[in-house]
Design a protein around this ligand. Sequence first.
Ligand code: SRM
Ligand code: SF4
Length: 516
Amino acid sequence: MTVATNPTLKVNKIEKAKAEKDGLAVKDELENFIKIGWEEMDKTDLEMRLKWLGIFYRPVTPGKFMLRLRTPNGNLDSKKMRVLAEIIQRYGDDGSADITTRQNIQLRGVRLEDIPEIFRKLETVGMTSIQSGMDNVRNITGSPVAGIDADELIDTRELVKKVEDMITNNGQGNYAFTNLPRKFNIAIEGGRDNSIHAEINDIAFVPAYKQGELGFNVLVGGYLSAQRCAEAVKMDVWVAPNDDVVELCRAILTVYTENGLNEGLRTNRQKARLMWLIDKWGMEKFRSEVEKEFGKPLMRAALEDEITQDKKDYIGIYPQKQAGYSYVGLHVPVGRLDASAMFEIARLAEVYGNGEIRATVEQNFIIPFLKNEHLEAFLAEPLLQQFPVNPTPLTRSLISCTGNRYCNFAMIETKHRGLQLAQELDRELEIPQRVRIHWTGCPNSCGQVQAADIGLMGTKTRKNGEAVEGVDLYMGGKVGKDAKLGDLQQKGIPCEDLKPILRNLLIEQFGAKLKE
Ligand code: SRM
Ligand code: SF4
């Protein structure tokens, strides 16, 4: 999509770089980058444009890139998992993978010279990393138990895939949507528990009945960022669960892209997410501009949506809607994987299930279609020691962003510290309820601290006159029905002082008791 230019309006540095050369254009330059080596690459190509292909230069580990895939609806299978495992296996200790907070997979340790072969391998199993970073639509999330949950209202898998195919031109790359004013998140919920965090997506579809017909109410503008966090608001639109969902996404993305410049969204990166356009125009104008682009009248929203349940975490064993089968949610501590665990997951999915594997926004895996009579044998598999179905309470609900091990924005180490603290507190306390602790290394909040019961955001603070790693404490995030964002409670707690503070919070506010 060509973005209108207006020489009287100032644009930010990233907009200038995009105007000079679209990010997606580096697709045709990869061979040349490999020939000259990443050290000789143009800095903007290296640090920015490669992200349009899902390739992230990591200043913390120069030369060892991160590859962010697309995993629509979190749907994986044993073949995909094996290919992903093979890719990282060749990098030895440098190779690892993460399940992300958008139900997606990122690979680490990747060398630039291997990318063409990696892309070919991914294509053989129908995967792509295209348009997964920067000013693109990120992995599209959907219900992780789509098609297997007895309570399901709408199977989201095909819709999510269709939206992704529209945006990425079936994974080949689509210049129509590579120059958004900012990143963009889309989620489609098919169940009753708001599994996809509708409240923090730029577009969220939630099930709703209109005159007896099941479809979706649409929420827009939700996002988290360092400067502002906004809950998604009602667009007063209902759509049927068919190609109208795809068309509505196309229309909103087009309106956002085409009006970004004139409405000032391309000036300040901190004021560029969709909500800023909605604020500027008001919902009625936004709705009517989208309606024009949609090309036919939009229906008004249904009075109520069907989000009526608390959010599930899917850890454990659950009967499927298909008689005789169960799905099993495995807890993958802080979402981190190595090649051998990935090969093993693939094997278990094939031996016990139908090969399918699902990722969740809690950074865990689900293996569906286990025959009930095989459950006992499955539960005895050694991998379940590492990825248990009945983890201890705090580790079970722990979420963490990447942190300073690989992310240069991070002010603290998150994954290792978060896991260690959760395990220690689990040993000390009897905790009667789920307490969702989220860690995030900096105010970008990739670990969604505002959605947590207890959110810990990395910061620098001082102790005895010295700069030390610390956290800002957030509390009160609610997920599922009536979801709402939590607030900052206390600033600058040194990480080394955190444990007794958390212990007291758990005792005083979550009913925990010290073990004998
Ligand atoms: Fe994020 C930037 C990791 C989910 C808000 N995020 C980054 C970068 C790319 C920064 C960088 O270049 O180093 C991080 C890469 C680190 C690395 O090496 O892994 C990064 N974000 C992640 C992941 C991997 C965290 C995780 O451990 O799971 C998640 C990948 C999702 C995916 O598969 O696509 C991830 N990021 C999120 C979420 C959560 C969500 O989508 O539900 C958010 C908040 C929601 C939102 O976007 O509204 C989020 N990430 C950000 C922001 C702040 C956006 C803003 O509007 O200001 C940035 C910085 C930016 O875009 O300027 C950022
Ligand atoms: Fe990196 Fe900050 Fe996102 Fe964590 S929250 S992954 S530290 S950008």
